[in-house]
Ligand binder design. Structure first.
Ligand SMILES: [Zn+2]
Length: 246
């Protein structure tokens, strides 16, 4: 699965077969590093392994002796601020940032102290428009590639602000695929209550509470929202909600 190729100061590929590959024939001189740096957006539904892919790619840099920065919004409280964790048990420390922070300034200062080879951003759906612009500046002005990982849409099928602007501004868009219970590709996310019933309203971002999320195909997303009391989703079969009584 892993395919990590590097020159003296530039890693060209990342974990997984879907990762971008910069042709080896491009000369990697200091002069053209800035021109080559790109902003990548890896998007998916829930539980597709985004954080796992991020941590694996970051590990590949570290293994090559290259320094990368890991950034995560302070909103991300799955493991507490400043931690990126994956469902399969991997986790590492990260720089937590708020809406008021400039991601460009954070990276510029770190880069001044010690060269940064790559910037990783977890939960990138929570970025603001300004944050996404700052990420593009990290690539364009500092010459550092930026890999952002996030959800595409919320539980109502709307783009998150960060995803909206990453889809618009990124150089490379890559879908990390996961599947619905029916076997089709899951592209949507349902918010569900403790009984496994889809929730149709509420805030886009909700931290804490008993709600959880499940990734489904578009057909089952629509069915779940349209048929609230008798969703077609076999949550009990999946073992996700042993107490479910729908
Ligand atoms: Zn489905």
């Amino acid at each position: 699965m892993l395919n990590c190729v590097s020159s003296s100061n530039f890693v060209t590929t990342h974990a997984g077969t879907q990762q971008p590959i910069i042709p080896q024939s491009i000369p990697r001189t200091e002069a053209n590093l800035t021109r080559m740096a790109k902003l990548y957006f890896y998007y998916s539904a829930m539980n597709a392994g985004k954080s796992t892919a991020l941590l694996q790619a970051a590990y590949n840099y570290r293994e090559r002796g290259l320094r990368s920065l890991l950034l995560t919004p302070q909103l991300n409280t799955r493991e507490g601020a400043g931690t990126i964790s994956s469902r399969i048990g991997l986790k590492t420390e990260a720089i937590a940032f708020s809406d008021a922070d400039s991601l460009f300034e954070i990276c510029r200062k770190e880069h001044d102290e010690e060269a940064v080879a790559c910037v990783f951003v977890d939960e990138a759906q929570f970025l603001s428009r300004q944050h996404v612009y700052q990420l593009s500046e990290i690539a364009d002005a500092l010459g550092i590639p930026v890999l952002a990982y996030g959800l595409r849409t919320d539980f109502q099928g709307n783009l998150f602000e960060g995803s909206h602007h990453l889809l618009a501004w990124s150089d490379v868009l890559t879908e990390i695929k996961t599947i619905c219970h029916c076997g089709s590709k899951a592209t949507m996310v349902l918010r569900i209550d403790s009984n496994g019933r889809p929730i149709r309203g509420g805030d886009q971002i909700k931290v804490g509470g008993n709600e959880s999320y499940v990734s489904v195909c578009r057909r089952h997303f629509k069915a779940g929202l349209a048929n609230k009391d008798q969703p077609e989703l076999p949550f009990e079969e999946l073992g996700l909600f042993p107490g479910g009584n729908h």
